[in-house]
Write a protein of this length. Structure first.
Length: 368
């Protein structure tokens, strides 16, 4: 009899562990949202050549606690007056926090975080290896928290199957802190609108104005079915085409020196223009590698050469940009002129892929 009671008790505990947790104060933990957002973040990291994050049990619990705390004090400062990172009970080398509220879906929460420069930096920070995503409904409002940490915080990996009964649909940022000294964001409850007819470009994303500007000038178009695909990587062929269009799509005559560029390619005119203007010299003397993914370092180098290779008076200050790198002067120029910012205050991540949103933003800032 005692054995049967113990079995029933354990079964009850297990059932409670996979259902949304509702407190006496009306708190509901939305684990399905949490793991959906988690998967989206790892998709974005994979697109940028980064290893996936691991959902850590302690960080997950801490992010849920922070979500409830936001309901009484929307800030990176906790209700007890201490800083947000004190929610973690152990020691760590580096942590980051994104916060937000007023979400109507996991997809919306992810889009807002990924579409905001500061919060995206946390998601794509190569130093972070684990995270916790807390989505909590308090009353009629959903609060969200993403906690990021390095390997010193990884204690126990958890998966959606341990928390979400029946699975979840993966069809799915307000506020961010990259360090204890990061600024507090401005919260919003309004439903964001979309830009330029693209359902995946929200009006409050960091690249919204740039996309609208580029579409108006026929520099860029969508990827089909009402999408812009801002997080999609750009190839070398695509980027020289965007720069060529930004220059007015000048008609070019003559041949292209690269054997992997055909006259029938959409980027043919752009490639001829880029070669003649010293914007690209190819990956070898006879190849351009138009389908090769373009890195952030390459993208700003193309832009710098297009601008006439202006001189700079000081280095970029990013520790991952060596002074003898081919892109060093270009990064310094772009950074000092507000064209391209770092992925953190100390890094530029020149080898990360350049996304469609990033290159359009770079061109927009340079031209305006």
């Amino acid at each position: 009899m005692k054995k049967r009671l113990l079995t029933l008790l354990l079964a009850a505990i297990l059932l409670l562990s996979i259902l949304p947790v509702v407190s006496a104060a009306g708190e509901t933990r939305l684990y399905d949202w949490s793991f959906e957002i988690f998967d989206r973040m790892n998709e974005l990291r994979a697109q940028n050549g980064l290893s996936p994050l691991t959902m850590d049990e302690t960080l997950l619990e801490c992010s849920m606690i922070r979500g409830v705390e936001l309901a009484s004090n929307y800030s990176h400062t906790r209700p007890n007056g201490r800083q947000w990172y004190t929610v973690y009970p152990g020691t760590y080398r580096a942590m980051g926090e994104n916060i937000g509220y007023g979400y109507t879906s996991a997809q919306q929460a992810y889009d807002l975080w990924a579409g905001s420069r500061d919060h995206r930096e946390n998601i794509l920070n190569p130093e972070y290896t684990c995270c916790g995503v807390g989505m909590v409904r308090v009353g009629n409002t959903v609060y969200g928290v993403e906690l990021f940490a390095d390997s010193s915080c990884l204690k126990k990996a958890v998966s959606a199957s341990q928390y979400v009964s029946g699975g979840y649909s993966s069809n799915s940022g307000n506020g961010g802190a990259g360090s204890p000294t990061s600024s507090t964001p401005t919260p919003t409850n309004s439903q964001p609108t979309t830009v330029a007819g693209f359902r995946d470009v929200l009006s409050n994303s960091y690249y919204a104005d740039a996309v609208q500007w580029a579409v108006n000038r026929r520099i860029v178009s969508g990827t089909g079915s009402g999408t812009f695909s801002p997080n999609q990587s750009c190839t070398r062929g695509e980027i020289v085409t965007l720069l060529w269009r930004a220059a007015g799509s000048p008609r070019m005559y003559g041949s292209c020196p690269f054997r992997d560029v055909s006259i029938s390619d959409y980027f043919y005119q752009a490639c001829v223009w880029a070669v003649r203007n010293g914007i690209t010299y190819g990956t070898t003397s006879t190849t351009f590698s138009p389908n090769q993914i373009c890195s952030r370092g390459e993208a700003v180098t193309f832009l710098w050469r297009n601008a006439g290779q202006p001189r700079v008076t000081r280095s970029s200050g990013f520790w991952d940009v060596p002074s003898d790198a081919y892109y060093a002067t270009a990064v310094a120029w772009a950074h000092q002129n507000g064209i391209a910012e770092g992925t953190t205050f100390a890094t530029f991540s020149p080898n990360l892929i350049c996304t469609r949103a990033q290159i359009v933003l770079f061109i927009y800032r340079w031209k305006t």
